[in-house]
Design a protein around this ligand. Structure first.
Ligand code: G6P
Length: 362
């Protein structure tokens, strides 16, 4: 296993750059896009018969992958809800037949997530993890490997992309059993997943994020907004940014802005707006306009599908066009790079930020 930094200055940049390979591993051999079918080892057709709802439990970056997955499942007609493991462990929902609990954990060792699984009153438990043989694989009925490869940087990067890719396959697989047929656009979705490694490579090879990090290096707060999967990415963008730059960064749903956070928006607070490339972009454009009207600089993170960006945003971090459910993965890679370059400019301890641990086992 290659766990050295090689040509890279930091593990974080190495792991960001490894995402095309990691994603390829997460997806390869698991799809038949021509038939719109997903095949996951250990989960043959009918494996999810009788499942009526999914509870996703996770912490940190994995919680953002859980939020992303909640959107993917809901759109497939499968009721789903993401919980922070600690909250779930404290007051687990009542026992109901047909509940599947899915723990998401890169390490498989997070104490809060183990506690959530132990407290769960669900019919079945499953873990999506990057580590074979980790504690959660022993605690749960089933294991789904995300196959991102070893991740050393405390700030999770490639594990998030691989979690979302793996759980999007699982979402489609669950839908097949629960609803009885694939999603109407399953073929397009699976073919976009197959192309995702190439699309991520294009993002990693561009220097646009570094230029944005430089342009807003003196700001006092950084905000991130989005809706649906873009909301999960906004929260993850803010988490990455605060973890490694030590600057104040916060994520919101785009709609929430005018219910409070807009009071904080000034010329000194850049707002990163994540666009999904679908029908909800119009509303997010409206939110971006409200920010601009208060003098706040807007950085749109979007694919070519989103119209009128040049007029609405101060800067655009563009990502390749893909299925609207996957634009968020690409947008997230842009935000990883923004955080990385912003932290590097400030001379931070990027791979081992102060006060943080890779795996919180207590
Ligand atoms: C710590 C790490 C985060 C990680 C979280 C959950 O807080 O610093 O990067 O997202 O734990 O870890 P897990 O291994 O359960 O995904």
């Amino acid at each position: 296993k290659d766990t050295g930094k090689g040509e890279y200055e930091h593990y974080m940049l190495k792991e960001i750059s490894e995402q095309p390979t990691a994603l390829g591993r997460s997806v390869s051999g698991r799809t038949d896009s021509a038939r719109g079918e997903v095949t996951l080892d250990g989960f043959p057709p009918g494996a999810f018969d009788g499942i009526e709802r999914v509870h996703l439990v996770a912490m940190g970056t994995s919680y953002h992958a859980a939020m992303y997955t909640e959107s993917l499942l809901a759109r497939r007609g499968v009721p789903a809800r993401a919980y922070m493991s600690s909250e779930y462990a404290g007051s687990p929902p009542p026992e109901e037949d047909g509940t599947l609990v899915i723990a998401i954990s890169q390490s498989g060792e997070t104490a809060d997530t183990i506690a959530a699984v132990r407290a769960a009153r669900a019919e079945r438990t499953m873990v999506a993890t990057n580590v074979v043989g980790s504690s959660l694989t022993r605690e749960c009925d089933d294991t789904l490997l995300v196959r991102a490869g070893p991740e050393i940087g405390v700030a999770a990067t490639k594990s998030f992309s691989s979690q979302v890719a793996t759980l999007s396959l699982l979402s489609e697989r669950i839908r097949r059993d629960v609803i009885g047929e694939p999603s109407p656009d399953a073929e397009e979705f699976l073919s976009a997943l197959t192309d995702l490694p190439d699309h991520v490579r294009q993002v990693v090879e561009s220097d646009a994020a570094e230029r944005v990090a430089d342009a807003f290096a003196d700001s006092e707060s950084y905000f991130f907004i989005g809706r649906g999967p873009g909301h999960a990415v906004a929260l993850e963008g803010a988490l990455k940014f605060k973890e490694i730059t030590y600057e104040h960064a916060e994520g919101f749903t785009a709609a929430e802005l005018k219910h409070g956070p807009l009071a904080l928006v000034t010329e000194e607070t850049p707002v990163f707006a994540v666009f999904n490339g679908g029908a909800d972009d119009t509303e997010t454009l409206g939110n971006a306009t409200e920010i601009r009207a208060r003098g706040g600089p807007v950085v749109a993170v979007a694919s070519g599908e989103t119209p009128d960006l040049e007029e609405t945003a101060d800067r655009v971090l563009s990502v390749p066009s893909t299925h609207p459910e996957l634009v968020g993965v690409l947008a997230n890679v842009q935000l990883q790079l923004v955080a990385y370059h912003a932290a590097k400019r400030r001379g931070r301890s990027i791979d081992k930020p102060r006060n943080l641990a890779k795996s919180v086992t207590v």
